[in-house]
Design a binder for this molecule. Structure first.
Ligand SMILES: *Cc1c(COP(=O)(O)O)cnc(C)c1O
Length: 359
């Protein structure tokens, strides 16, 4: 009846342990929809990791949440420090932190004026300074870092490191990271800890040898929780099947079947994040004429769906509904039974599953 995420528990847990052990200083990221698994479940799992990797010397003493609104959900399930990735601002949810939780939070500060405002708001606040990268999202320039160093002085402060958020999939981050680390050194900031994202294992290794006096802590979400895709399977349930002849009408818009086949109603709709896929391939008039000539269903306006039956991706008979979708299966193909599970390809970060089963 549901859109299900089934996790092969043993395989998943061994991937998590392996990832943590090969990334000393890792900061697991648990944010948003929890990569499909929920922030609460990831926070609990991070505590489990903290309890299970200690014997190897690796520690999971900090996790990262995305926003201040996510802090409470993680804090009740994970006992260590909570880094908030969204930069602190002198307004909104950042000011509403429960005082008992605030002592476990590490803030991200990305503007000069916020550094003084945060320290005024909470003199004991712990924080990282975010450095501006080629992403141009948030962060301080080398000048801002130097000003922050002057403001903090060399004594004890809440400074826990410098954070940099790097773009995905560039050929190499090392040039940029080296420049950024040199800026930290030049700024005179009294820290040798940097928090990074999206570096490969090889890049992390190179940094460790190039900057032996620095501690590089990788923030990892996707490659940790979703890194072993083979451990995860997403299925929808076939809820109904109707045979149709060419010309029979169906659906909210009363459209007619372009040929004989079956309407297959499956669980999973817009509320789960199931959406229309990009139209298939080449949409030029000539290409459409060619598919039409071949009897292709995309030519009559059917759009590819993320649902597959027997390994073949099927077309939506009409756009997904709130919690169900109607697929068109042309005659000749095997018709699934009511109650059968079929495969769905989803973006985990944009999907709300009805059930997550860790088997
Ligand atoms: C989401 C996020 C990460 C983790 O990214 P993944 O690609 O899921 O590993 C790291 N750093 C920051 C600042 C983020 O927002």
């Amino acid at each position: 009846m549901s859109l299900n995420l089934t996790v092969d528990g043993e395989r998943w847990r061994s991937h998590l342990l392996r990832t943590v052990r090969t990334h000393p200083g890792i900061v697991p990221v648990a944010k948003g929809n929890g990569y499909g698994l929920s922030v609460a479940r990831l926070a609990r799992r991070a505590q489990w990791l903290a309890d299970h990797v200690d014997d190897t010397g690796a520690a999971v003493d900090m996790i990262a949440v995305g926003t201040y609104d996510e802090v409470a959900e993680a804090a009740s399930r994970y006992a260590g420090d909570l880094l908030v990735l969204t930069p602190w601002r002198p307004f909104g949810a950042a000011l509403d932190l429960d005082a008992r939780i605030a002592t476990r939070v590490v803030h991200t500060v990305s503007r000069r004026e916020d550094l003084s405002a945060l320290r005024e708001h909470d003199p004991d606040a712990r924080f990282v300074l975010e450095q501006l990268t080629s992403m141009l999202r948030h962060g301080m320039t080398r000048r801002d870092l130097a000003a922050a160093a002057a403001a903090l002085g060399s004594g004890r402060s809440g400074l826990r490191g410098v954070a940099m958020h790097l773009p995905l999939n560039t050929t190499s981050h090392l040039g940029e990271v080296s420049r950024l680390i040199n800026d930290i050194v030049a700024s005179g900031l009294p820290t040798r800890t940097v928090f990074v994202s999206h570096l490969t294992e090889a890049e992390l290794g190179r940094l460790a040898t190039t900057y032996p006096d620095f501690t590089v802590r990788p923030r990892i979400g996707t490659d940790l929780w979703l890194g072993d895709r083979g451990a995860l399977s997403v299925t929808a349930t076939v809820l109904d099947v109707h045979e149709v002849e060419r010309g029979d009408t169906f659906g909210y818009r009363g459209r007619s079947a372009p040929k004989q086949g079956h309407i297959v109603v499956v669980s999973g709709g817009t509320a789960h994040g199931i959406g229309l896929e990009a139209p298939t391939g080449d949409q030029s008039l000539k290409a459409r004429a060619a598919t039409l000539a071949r009897g292709g269903l995309d030519a009559v306006g059917f759009v590819r769906s993320p649902f597959s039956i027997d390994g073949k991706q099927r077309l939506f008979a009409e756009p997904p509904h709130m919690q169900a979708s109607m697929l068109f299966v042309p005659s000749g193909a095997r018709v699934p039974c009511v109650g059968e599970d079929i495969e769905v390809r989803v973006r985990f970060t944009a999907t709300d599953f009805d059930r997550v089963v860790i088997a």
